[in-house]
Unconditional design. Structure first.
Length: 330
């Protein structure tokens, strides 16, 4: 084994051992007053969302912020720092002090960014650490009302005559996977945020767009877009009338969007554990659960060790898919 590979293996082993220790010590959410606290923020906490307002990570962060503020006794603000395939906001947390006052609320797209930006200012494996899994949601393919296709099969049959818009790294990954899986050369159109994508869907400038069911539910209520498919095996509880991609004969499109919290890689393990415990306490709050469930999210039941294993597995899966799909960094 080379020195570089040995160093990576050691880093991952330590990463998982820290999660295992956390799983053993944090087995159920407890009221903040009942915990033997090792950390409480001494100043305002900023939840940095590396996307434009209105997306799944943003909605989740804003739902959690008031409860976290109550738990921590400090203001908790949500700050949207979009741009550069989420690298701008992500870098702010990667370079922040490891005191838990700057946290990243992001999604799977964080795994794709290293392949989209040639010279990232941070190392994903060393400068950031997962501290909590929050929610999962299926992805939804919606189309402009100007697009004639009424099903995923019709949309796929049109192939290169159809365009798919996306506004983040994970959506780009899913759009590319759909193209690779079906063997069709769709026109993939990047957008700098959900707002511009939605505007072009409404105006018919792009045929379809990829959004989470959380965001897609509101779009469908506008009557200006149609639902083509939920990209999953099972129908969405929020949109039970929308058929899945599996039902329509397209397999291999079932990776869900996840929303999670990351801290600076310099954050001490004990502080990571306390943040995780507080996130789980916030998620157990009935009002928080009701609001997130109403939006269509499936609340995470994973402990930190389980999520870290998922995260590392998806990191390797993304690496393999990117190589297969011939992604080119900017």
């Amino acid at each position: 084994m080379s020195l570089a590979n040995r160093d990576r293996a050691s880093h991952r082993r330590d990463f998982l051992l820290a999660g295992a220790a956390l799983a053993a010590t944090v087995t159920a959410p407890l009221p903040a007053s009942a915990q033997s606290r090792v950390w409480t923020p001494s100043r305002q906490v900023t939840l940095i969302v590396p996307f434009s307002p209105g997306g799944s990570a943003d909605l989740t962060a804003r739902t959690l912020a008031p409860k976290l503020s109550e738990l921590w006794g400090q203001p908790v603000v949500v700050e949207n720092r979009a741009g550069a395939s989420s690298a701008i906001g992500t870098n702010l947390v990667a370079r922040a002090p490891g005191d838990g006052t700057s946290l990243l609320v992001t999604a799977n797209g964080i795994l794709l960014t290293p392949y989209l930006i040639k010279s990232l200012p941070y190392n994903l494996e060393k400068d950031l650490v997962p501290v909590g899994s929050l929610a999962f949601a299926s992805m939804l393919l919606v189309s402009s009302t100007n697009t004639p296709d009424k099903s995923l099969r019709e949309f796929v049959a049109a192939g290169g005559a159809r365009s798919i818009g996306y506004s983040d790294g994970f959506s780009q990954l899913i759009a590319t996977r759909l193209a690779v899986t079906t063997g069709k050369k769709f026109v993939l159109v990047p957008y700098k945020g959900a707002g511009p994508l939605v505007n072009d869907l409404y105006g018919g400038q792009v045929n379809a767009g990829l959004v989470s069911v959380l965001a897609g539910n509101n779009l469908l209520k506008s009557g200006k877009v149609n639902a083509i498919a939920v990209l999953a095996d099972d129908r969405s509880k929020l949109l039970p009338e929308v058929p899945t991609s599996s039902e329509q004969g397209i397999k291999g499109m079932t990776t869900p969007l996840w929303i999670a919290v990351f801290a600076s890689g310099t954050t001490p393990p004990a502080v990571q554990q306390q943040i995780n415990a507080d996130l789980r306490t916030a998620l157990a709050d009935p009002a928080v659960r009701a609001n997130l469930s109403k939006s269509g999210a499936d609340l995470s039941t994973e402990d930190l060790d389980q999520f870290r294993r998922r995260y590392l597995a998806e990191m390797e899966e993304t690496k393999g898919f990117v190589k297969h799909a011939n992604f080119v960094a900017e």
